[in-house]
Design a protein around this ligand. Structure first.
Ligand SMILES: [Fe+2]
Length: 346
């Protein structure tokens, strides 16, 4: 139920909508990750992909909001659908709390929506679950669906926003004041040449987090590089929660998806710090999976190289640990810097 802590009755992420000038490539990446292409919107060129509780829409329409969004940003996340108890109630509440409403003419889908990060849309969805959902109601089965063996990705664990210097507070207030997100962590992260600050928020229902990143120093840091390429603030990465990260990566081996490489020395000491890790250490090293944790539990994570323009995907498996891999930030940051050096940015 909606409450003081959860004023809009938020219940989680229902879908992520992508748009791109090159839908062939994006389709292939979704398939390589183990998504199945199942349906098409009744009126529009919007395709529905699914894997367990992760729903993606790929918008190929030649007009409308997402089409214009892709023209401005290149490959992008043009909207998300967030689950709520009552979409009209959530929309009215959001607007009353200061959100900018999207008019019917401005959006591609009929659900109530407001503007979010970088003028992407946040739709409010109150029809979700196994039986009665928007894909069953508003989409039709494809004659030739692309059925893929799922690869163990269960849900969206978190999504991260990159914003311009000096605007982190604006965006954290947006999530706090409109939806009731709460602060979970604040980080100051330094690589060998560049730095950033990160501020993590958790949704009022506890189902997902949004860390917000802002670059520090000159504009060569990875956040400002993203903002330049994406032409504005937006989603930097989505993290898929995996049931078994080693099995997921084994299943993806040989696909087009490349992950960041980690210095080999990382594995000289990591298992001394985290002796409780039960997964096959040779496989962890082989896939260059990162490990982080404390006495209570640990997490395993890996990051793809930039996949859709400057957007990348994280894969994460949690074992009684709700962190973001803080212990890996330095190793990861330096890995991104090595990638920036290879690309001639640093
Ligand atoms: Fe992340």
């Amino acid at each position: 139920m909606a409450s003081e802590q959860n004023p809009l009755g938020l219940l989680g992420i229902e879908f992520t909508e992508f748009c791109t000038p090159d839908s062939e490539f994006m389709h292939q990446v979704f398939i390589d990750f183990g998504f199945s292409k199942l349906k098409k919107h009744q009126q529009k060129e919007i395709f529905y992909y699914k894997q367990n509780d992760i729903n993606f829409l790929l918008n190929n329409d030649k007009k409308g909001f997402s089409c214009a969004f892709a023209k401005k940003h290149g490959p992008a996340i043009s909207s998300m659908g967030w689950r709520v108890e009552d979409a009209q109630f959530a929309f009215d509440g959001a607007v009353a709390r200061g959100a900018k409403p999207a008019t019917a003419a401005a959006k591609d889908l009929p659900y109530p929506a407001i503007y979010g990060i970088g003028d992407s849309l946040i739709y409010f969805i109150d029809t979700f679950g196994e039986q009665n959902n928007i894909y069953a109601n508003d989409f039709i089965d494809l004659d030739e669906p692309v059925i893929t063996q799922e690869k163990g990705f269960i849900e969206v664990d978190h999504l991260t926003n990159n914003v311009y210097k000096g605007t982190m507070e604006h965006w954290s207030n947006f999530y706090k004041e409109i939806f009731g997100f709460t602060e979970v962590r604040y980080f100051d992260i330094k690589g060998s040449q560049t730095a950033l600050i990160s501020y993590a928020l958790r949704s009022p229902d506890g189902s997902f987090c949004i860390p917000i990143n802002e670059g520090k120093g000159d504009d060569r840091n990875q956040i400002d590089e993203y903002l330049k390429e994406y032409d504005g603030p937006g989603v930097q990465h989505l993290a898929f929660r995996s049931r078994d990260i080693v099995a997921s990566l084994d299943a993806m081996e040989g696909s087009s998806i490349e992950t960041l490489d980690i210095i080999p020395e990382y594995y000289d000491t990591i298992f001394d710090k985290l002796p409780q890790v039960t997964e096959d250490r040779e496989r962890i090293k082989h896939h260059q999976i990162l490990v982080d944790g404390d006495e209570e539990g640990y997490l395993l994570q890996i990051f793809t190289k930039n996949l859709f323009g400057p957007i990348f995907i994280e894969i994460i498996q949690r074992k009684n640990n709700l962190g973001f891999g803080e212990g890996n930030f330095k190793a990861l940051f330096e890995s991104i810097e090595r990638d920036q050096v290879r690309r001639g940015v640093l």
